[in-house]
Design a protein around this ligand. Structure first.
Ligand code: AMP
Length: 224
């Protein structure tokens, strides 16, 4: 049976980094709406241009567009078989409600568990401002925690790394405020549903992974 897990928390809390590690251990695909929306940059349509502009400012893409893109991704065979580690979605109460309905009606499934990663705004800014990415492959480095061998250059492709527009400190602060306003209400929503697990995201990445993997494997056993 498929297992659906939500990673909830502000930008910079380490959701994406943990998701990539969890995939290796559990074989559940990592589904990031940020990655799916960023991939639209190659499309030259009014919708894609609007999405790029919203993302560059650190705003939220509208719920309908986001959930339609998510739905398409969840329809792919790997996710139908195994489920998804949802990273960056849901981000509003409306998205959470749509997700519940979509999983129940179209996938005969439900969110199995929600892991809340908490960190302060200053720590989020500190972590994100060191992030560098390969704009073509999406590979992520960090100047302090996971630097490339040569500064500013991808180890694999030899091409230049960039800082995402929305990783600049002023934009990160906007994104953090938006998280508090729009996404933090999901904490109570999932707590009330008895699905919330709290993670102290200030701990080093390596310490967090085994706890998460154990908890998700336990969910896989109950959903399997
Ligand atoms: P992320 O990679 O999760 O930090 O997302 C990067 C950007 O993509 C966000 O700042 C939003 O502009 C957009 N985005 C990603 N996921 C969502 C979502 N679930 N709802 C609305 N906008 C989103």
């Amino acid at each position: 049976m498929a297992t659906y897990v939500v990673l909830l928390g502000p930008p910079g809390a380490g959701k994406g980094s943990q998701a990539k590690r969890i995939v290796k251990e559990t074989a559940i695909p990592h589904v990031s709406t940020g990655d799916l929306l960023r991939a639209m940059k190659d499309q030259d349509t009014p919708l894609a241009r609007r999405v790029q502009a919203i993302m560059a400012e650190g705003g939220l893409v509208d719920d309908d567009t986001t959930m339609a893109i998510l739905r398409e991704r969840l329809m792919e065979p790997d996710s139908c078989d195994r489920g998804a580690i949802l990273d960056g979605v849901p981000r509003t109460l409306a998205q959470a409600e749509t997700l519940d309905k979509m999983l129940a009606e179209e996938f005969s499934a439900a969110v199995g568990g929600v892991f809340l990663f908490s960190i302060s705004e200053d720590e989020a800014v500190r972590r994100i401002s060191g992030r560098r990415v390969n704009p073509d492959t999406g590979r992520v480095y960090h100047v302090e925690f996971d630097p490339p061998k040569v500064e500013g250059i991808d180890d694999e492709t030899g091409t230049s790394l960039i800082q995402r527009e929305d990783d600049k400190p002023a934009v990160v602060r906007e994104r953090y405020q938006l998280y508090l306003e729009k996404t933090a209400p999901l904490i109570d929503f999932y707590r009330a549903a008895g699905k919330l697990h709290e993670i102290d995201a200030n701990r080093p990445i390596d310490e967090i992974t085994p706890d998460l993997v154990d908890a998700i494997k336990a969910l896989q056993r109950t959903s399997g």
